[in-house]
Unconditional design. Structure first.
Ligand code: ZN
Length: 225
């Protein structure tokens, strides 16, 4: 089922940059009292933010709330610059799940001061990633369901039909500003239901019936993580 996982360095490429999209589901923008954007809000996590999501990942324990944002992750397989829609469509080699871990208290302070988000969004380990499945099994980018349960309770449930900017359109837009390279990852925004994680939490995440995973949250002072 998996065509790539982080331990195997997909296609021989190290994980490149991770381009992320903010507020791509209207219900999520609303839950954080943010306006719905007119063009995609983009930010980048460095490759050093990527860690395997399974069997466990760690979160900072001394910087306020760490929120889960479950997102569809795209593994880029071809160089994209000023791409057309069909080039963008053909550039996606794998689809998986990513967590855009967010230090929410830190982010709110940065936003209030008009500062960049990186300290809240781009820290080491801020992007746990699942394995990726072959995109040839994706019949329709506009009807994909993702879910996240925390300690057995459904927290996030979304469908790409509710995206403000659809997956192919996002890649076209991103490639106008940032050249995407093989091994880069794109996180496509989170549906509503974000909330805090605590060390010891047990998470279950799914994408269609292609990916169903279980993982544990650990504190970053836990030995061996
Ligand atoms: Zn996000």
């Amino acid at each position: 089922m998996y065509i790539a996982d982080l331990n195997q360095k997909p296609y021989g490429h190290a994980t490149g940059k991770i381009v992320c999209v903010g507020r791509n589901y209207a219900a999520h923008a609303k839950e954080l009292n943010n306006p719905v954007p007119e063009s995609p809000i983009l930010f980048i996590k460095p490759g050093s933010a990527a860690v395997p999501m399974v069997p466990a990942f760690s979160i900072p324990v001394d910087q306020g709330e760490v929120h889960h944002e479950l997102e569809i992750a795209l593994l880029i397989g071809k160089r994209l610059k000023h791409a057309s829609a069909s080039e963008a469509d053909l550039s996606i080699d794998g689809i998986g799940l990513g967590l855009d871990l967010t230090l929410r208290d830190v982010q709110n302070e940065l936003k209030a001061n008009g500062h960049p988000w990186e300290r809240a969004k781009a820290f080491d380990g801020s992007c746990p990633l699942s394995g990726f499945v072959d995109t040839r099994r994706v019949p329709d980018w506009r009807n994909l369901t993702l879910c996240l349960k925390r300690n057995g309770v459904m927290q996030q449930q979304g469908n790409t039909a509710a995206m403000i900017f659809n997956i192919v359109g996002l890649l076209v837009e991103i490639s106008r500003t940032f050249t995407l390279e093989p091994g880069d990852i794109v996180l496509t925004g989170t549906p509503a239901g974000v909330g805090p994680l605590k060390p010891g939490d047990r998470l279950e995440a799914s994408l269609q019936d292609w990916i169903e995973l279980e993982t544990m949250v650990m504190g970053d002072n836990d030995v061996g993580v």
